[in-house]
Design a protein around this ligand. Structure first.
Ligand code: CNA
Length: 253
């Protein structure tokens, strides 16, 4: 855990004065809830091969590997979806930012549904979520409640036809939801880009965000440096919950 640091007053001023903000979140917003991210030291990528007996870390979200061996994904899913996982202060900050009418678009790469659980009304989950699923054999659609029983036990959920129910989480090798792709192609006008808790290494969401970064004012808050820090108007390396607290005090009060 890095030390709490005071936010740059100019960053706070920009946030306070901006409406129509494009917020892009990643796994870093959920780590304080107890969900590990991918690329931090000790993150999923460093433990996945051993913990889930995988040939390579990305296999856990690789659609070709899933067709051969779906069990590791479902073991991980149970860990991600543990019932007592609660939204973080930063998720709640974004709910209040939305309630003040300051968020134009909120895009998350996360599949944990914590933005919705916190109370955010309009969230584009560009990598999908567990809210719905589909039988890989007959194509029947399911709601989360229909397959959450086995899912929460780390077991594979099956359709009546015998096919595997795959949650609508986007794997490497799969298309992203239309809700995100239409944004990707339209690049709607926004006044500020606020990127929170992502290494910005997963495409196409990274290039979507970075396309805005040199054109409009932009803020990146992340614990570790990313390869793209230089593109942003302001970069704060620190804890997101600490950022949220300072932003609450200075921007929303
Ligand atoms: P990533 O590549 O693991 O990067 C996360 C970033 O967050 C890192 O650069 C960290 O420095 C930073 N970070 C971690 N904790 C904090 C914190 N408390 N405060 C500030 N910064 C922090 O993850 P990305 O989101 O960039 O990669 C995209 C992948 C990760 C998406 O496909 C997700 O589906 C996937 N993922 C999602 C979850 C989830 O839903 N919670 C968990 C793990 C992975």
């Amino acid at each position: 855990m890095s030390q709490n640091k005071t936010l740059n007053p100019d960053l706070l001023k920009l946030l306070k004065e901006s409406g129509n903000i494009l917020v892009v979140t990643g796994a870093g917003i959920s780590t304080s809830a107890g969900i590990i991210d991918f690329r931090s030291p000790g993150g999923l990528y460093s433990v996945a091969v051993e913990r889930y007996n995988l040939p390579y870390p990305e296999a856990i979200f690789d659609i070709a590997y899933f067709h051969k061996n779906p069990a590791p994904f479902f073991r991980l899913s149970a860990e991600l979806l543990l019932a007592d996982i609660k939204p973080t202060p930063c998720h709640h900050f974004l709910v209040d930012l939305e309630a003040k009418g300051k968020i134009g678009i909120l895009v998350t790469q996360n599949i944990d549904m914590l933005h919705e659980k916190a109370g955010s009304k309009h969230v584009i989950e560009c990598h999908g979520s567990y809210r719905t699923g589909r039988c890989l054999s007959c194509g029947k659609r399911f709601e989360y409640k229909d397959f959450s029983g086995p899912l929460l036990k780390g077991e594979i959920p099956y359709c009546k036809c015998g096919g595997i129910i795959k949650p609508d989480v986007v794997f490497f090798g799969e298309s992203l939801p239309e809700s995100f792709m239409s944004l990707f192609y339209r690049r709607p006008k926004v006044d500020l880009l606020l990127v929170l808790g992502t290494s910005l290494t997963v495409q196409p969401v990274s290039s979507f965000a970075l396309d805005y970064a040199p054109r409009i004012p932009s803020i990146l808050v992340n614990r570790d440096p990313t390869p793209y820090d230089g593109r942003f108007s302001y970069v704060h390396h620190g804890e997101l919950d600490d950022f949220a607290q300072q932003a609450w005090d200075n921007v929303l009060r």
